[in-house]
Write a protein that binds this ligand. Structure first.
Ligand SMILES: Nc1ncnc2c1ncn2[C@@H]1O[C@H](COP(=O)(O)OP(=O)(O)OP(=O)(O)O)[C@@H](O)[C@H]1O
Ligand SMILES: [Mg+2]
Length: 374
């Protein structure tokens, strides 16, 4: 175990890294620093370049241009097996005919470490991933979550400073995935190894990471802590890809201090003018379903919509309401399930605070990349 503890994480720096495949730019020029010992996630839709970026860090892919430094040292000239990195691949495969401990020790054999020592190290790693006593099983005799932990142990066996994980939980069911989030986070904390974690599951990225990068079409659009990304999204894509949004499109009717009125078919709403739009600009106003409520008497919030409730869906602790105002697009509300009765087909006043609404440049392309219905 002493060896593991000394296997400290190292920083990773990408300088102007880009990847072009036969004229197709998979990764646009990227500058990024990941701190030593950080749990850093890369979140983005399928095909946005996440795996390519990770392969460049771990040396399985040479970048078209730019440079990679690990622990402050250039590694571009080093092959994957000479870098202080290990990678867990998107379609991880354990060796089915080898026992669990032999799977873990696989990388140690290649380093000329003797059988006895291999077994000892494998046992230590099994303890680290809470799988004591499973050394002699075959992978097929383990659950999906246990197999993932064996894969993590195998990757940690070679004492990497940086562990690259490419969607390691995607094959697991929801409950197990949520459990494994906590496990992986604990393993990362215990070892101090830098984790670079790829996912297209936002819950995973938001809950596990010290910081995350949100990627779209080969470009990192924002890097920050979960709260920065969720509450202060920098671009229309980040705003609509991470979490859900109600989107009201229109034009800026008036700008007042840091706020702007957006006027469209649904009405005239006031929100935070985060991108500094001017009167007349094509705009969209975004407000999250959980920041949108039903107004029954009491002080009215800044923005109101007269709407008709079309559907209600009970999702355990939440009550989701789908309503429609004057526009084509439905308006979604996520309310805490406090036992209230909400009539469908009734009319309702929907309200949201101006502070909770973001005004951004109208960007149909970003909405469609984030798969928001238009
Ligand atoms: N070796 C290659 N040759 C040509 N194109 C490639 C190659 N590898 C990746 N690409 C392309 O680069 C883009 C990014 O691929 P990448 O595998 O990095 O996406 P991803 O974000 O990991 O997606 P997913 O979430 O589906 O795994 C895709 O359009 C892909 O088709
Ligand atoms: Mg991928």
């Amino acid at each position: 175990m002493s060896d593991l503890k000394s296997a400290r994480g190292q920083s990773v720096r990408l300088k102007d890294v880009a990847m072009v495949f036969d004229g197709f730019t998979a990764v646009q020029s990227t500058d990024l620093t990941i701190e030593a010992g950080e749990f850093f996630s890369i979140l983005g839709p399928s095909g946005c370049g996440k795996t390519t970026l990770l392969r460049i860090v771990s040396g399985f892919q040479a970048a078209t241009s730019g440079a990679v430094e690990i622990g402050g040292r250039p590694v571009d000239h080093l092959a994957a097996n000479r870098r202080p990195t290990a990678m867990i691949f998107q379609n991880l495969a354990l060796f089915p005919l080898m026992s669990v401990w032999e799977n873990i020790a696989f990388g140690l054999a290649a380093r000329g470490i003797g059988k006895r020592e291999q077994r000892t190290r494998a046992e230590e790693l099994l303890a680290l991933v809470a799988l004591e006593g499973q050394a002699d099983k075959r992978p097929a005799q383990l659950s999906g979550g246990q197999r993932q932990r064996v894969a993590v142990a195998r990757a940690l066996a070679v004492e990497p400073s940086v562990l690259c994980l490419d969607e390691p939980l995607s094959a697991l069911d929801l409950k197990l995935r949520q459990h494994m989030r906590a496990e992986l986070r604990a393993i990362q904390k215990r070892t101090g190894v830098t984790f670079i974690y790829i996912t297209h599951d936002q819950g995973e990225a938001l809950s596990m990471s010290d910081r995350l990068a949100v990627m779209n079409a080969g470009r990192i659009e924002q890097v920050g802590a979960a709260s920065d990304i969720y509450d202060r999204p920098a671009t229309p894509f980040v705003a609509s890809f991470v979490g859900e949004q109600n989107v009201f499109r229109g034009r800026v009717a008036e700008v007042r201090d840091n706020m702007a009125y957006v006027e469209g078919i649904e009405g005239r709403f006031l929100g935070r003018n985060v991108s500094g739009l001017k009167t007349g600009d094509a705009a969209m106003l975004l407000v999250r379903p959980e920041r949108t409520g039903l107004v029954n008497g009491g002080p009215a919030p800044g923005n109101l919509i007269e709407a008709r409730i079309e559907r209600r869906e009970l999702e355990g602790p939440y009550l989701n309401i789908v309503a429609r105002g004057r526009g084509e697009r439905s308006i979604v509300l996520h309310l805490a399930n406090d036992g209230r009765v909400v009539d469908t087909n009734g009319s309702a006043r929907i309200g949201f605070a101006c502070e909770d609404a973001l005004v951004m440049a109208d960007d149909a392309e970003a909405l469609s990349a984030a798969q928001v219905d238009d």
